[in-house]
Design a protein around this ligand. Structure first.
Ligand SMILES: O=C(O)c1ccccc1NCC(=O)[C@H](O)[C@H](O)COP(=O)(O)O
Length: 261
């Protein structure tokens, strides 16, 4: 069983429990449910830097990254840096995140927020909207084509952008369909945890132009971004590189300044 199988097994139990505790109509009653969302795809399309900065306390590949900084402080720092959007990990068991992190980020900034989660059920999309997300992630490795289609339709009906993540050509072919806004290539091999931006380069020509291309994971310097931009990438999801520092917002500021040179 690989790490994604383990996470999804736990996630199914978690979602079943949550559904029994918090009914959908309670989530729909959130004031944030009626909020007009901000499109991350649009921000990336019009940006020269395209940074999506992540709040990530820990991970299966790195264990603890940063347990000290507050999510509000990180969010405000990222916004000040001029990122296109912020990714907030909401999984508790493997990443130390929560829906409250999303809520706190929402209360702190006015930039697109991605709910970074292992989405397997429409219930989680309704939660995402109720807690202030603008974007959701769908992971091709844990969903079949029909599930991707129905989850992306549901997300769009809630006004949420959809970022679909793939790891290889097979996942890409299986999941390309209208209704997705962004296609993310994850550079992290989830069997070995090795990261290589070559994965983004190799898959770039297979992604139709109508999708905004996002490169995810293992980015820790500006030169790889400049390289990936020449392969058509407009978005760059960066977590650990910022979060491993004492002041993630300041490191995003320094990084973007360097990228703009
Ligand atoms: O980061 C992990 O170890 C991980 C393990 C299993 C599933 C997902 C995982 N990460 C989620 C992500 O996609 C990354 O947090 C994101 O792309 C940022 O990556 P990085 O810049 O390398 O922190």
């Amino acid at each position: 069983m690989n790490i994604l199988d383990q996470i999804v097994n736990d996630k199914r139990k978690e979602v079943t429990l949550k559904k029994s505790l918090i009914p959908i109509n309670q989530l729909e009653a959130s004031v944030l449910f009626e909020r007009e969302t901000i499109s991350l795809a649009e921000k990336l399309r019009n940006s020269n830097t395209g940074i999506i900065a992540e709040h990530k306390r820990r991970s299966p590949s790195k264990s603890v990254i940063n347990q000290k900084v507050s999510v509000s402080e990180v969010a405000r720092g990222y916004e000040a840096a001029g990122v296109c959007g912020m990714s907030v990990l909401t999984d508790g068991k493997y990443f130390g995140g929560s829906l409250d992190d999303l809520l706190l980020a929402r209360a702190s900034v006015n930039i697109p927020l991605l709910r970074k989660e292992f989405i397997i059920d429409e219930y989680q999309l309704i939660e995402a909207k109720a807690y202030g997300a603008d974007v959701i992630l769908l992971i091709a490795a844990i969903l079949d084509r029909k599930e991707i289609e129905s989850l992306s339709k549901c997300a769009k009906s809630l006004g949420l952008d959809v970022l679909l993540e793939v790891h290889d050509e097979e996942e890409l072919h299986k999941s390309i369909m209208p209704g997705l806004d962004m296609l993310g290539v994850n550079n992290r091999n989830l069997k070995t945890f090795e990261v290589s931006i070559e994965t983004s380069k190799e898959l770039s020509t297979l992604i139709p132009d109508e999708f905004i291309k996002v490169s995810e994971s293992g980015i820790s310097a500006v030169n790889p971004i400049k390289d990936l931009q020449s392969y058509g990438y407009k978005g760059f999801l960066i977590g650990e590189n910022f979060m491993k520092t004492e002041n993630p917002g300041q490191s995003a500021i320094d990084f973007i300044k360097e990228l703009e040179k």
